[in-house]
Write a protein that binds this ligand. Sequence first.
Ligand code: CP
Length: 359
Amino acid sequence: MPAKNLSLSGITKLPWDEFYSLSLNAKADFFYKDSLMFDCLYSSQFNRKLLEYLYKLSDKIRFIAQTKSGLDWLQKLLSHKRAVLYFSQPSTRTYLSFNNACQVLGIQASDIRSSGASSEAKGESQEDTVETIHSYTDLLIIRHSNENIAEKAAWMFNRSDNPIPVINAGSGPLEHPTQALLDVYTLHRAFKGRIDGKTIAMIGDLKRGRTIRSLTHMLSNYKNIKFIYISPSELTLPDDLRQYLVKHKIKFEESNNLERSLKKADILYITRIQDEYDKKNESKKIDYSKFGLKKEHLKHLKKNSIILHPLPRRGELSSEIDHDSRAWYWKQEINGLWIRAALIAFIFKQSKSILNYKS
Ligand code: CP
């Protein structure tokens, strides 16, 4: 079983500002308990060993859940646990897949689907909101426009007498670690475990797309991965991500020409423009039309390439492609349910019983 020899104890000593100013790696080290991941906040918390363990666990859960007796068994595992899904930003698939993952494991889930539906609308601070949620639940799954509130909640809960795990379901434009987890799980299934050496073209709003940062970190667990980042000049990679790639000697190129890169890619990862983060409608001035995949592009793609999109999509991914065998984005969505169930089961230490289950 993958392990880290760290504990939560250190976190209780650091005030928030001091904690927050630590490097990502130093911070990530705090979110372990009994040597295992406790809070899932950043994609950099995953190493290859853990990823492969979660793929195996996810495959086993989806296999067990195929029969009534199997699903009944799974639903007893965590029937003593409750989860709150606090989503201050809109969501369809992340919300539904987490909610259904909880149901598969027998966890009772309740939710807040927008800040407007919570007492934040009456002026309550985000900190008081998460403190209140802490009183009612055993697990917080949080999506928020504030990129820091998931880690602040984890920091707060871990200082309390009753630490409960926090899973980041999307933190502003910064991170979406469980999306990256389902993305790599999909690649693992599509390429039958052979992800090393692949070239991935990431296309679209690289500047504000949280899945871009999270998937870049997640894929850096594999050997000889090459990234081609394709975007309009206004939406190129953020500096910190470019520096990360340079520091870790990961091969990458940047381009504004999609057509030229199609032949080289084993994986195409298309993303929509993230105009919800506009300050003054600046996205309206950007020509995004050259950064979409259309039916006429298919003839240029490798025969065994894979097309992914975190979804939702707009015009950047034509529905005419949906029935091409290389289109994996609907399978990608379904994989999200099972790998999220695996992550929750892992955090609540149910992995061994699941892997040992005999029908
Ligand atoms: N990929 C993703 O996060 O989709 P939702 O916004 O629908 O959850």
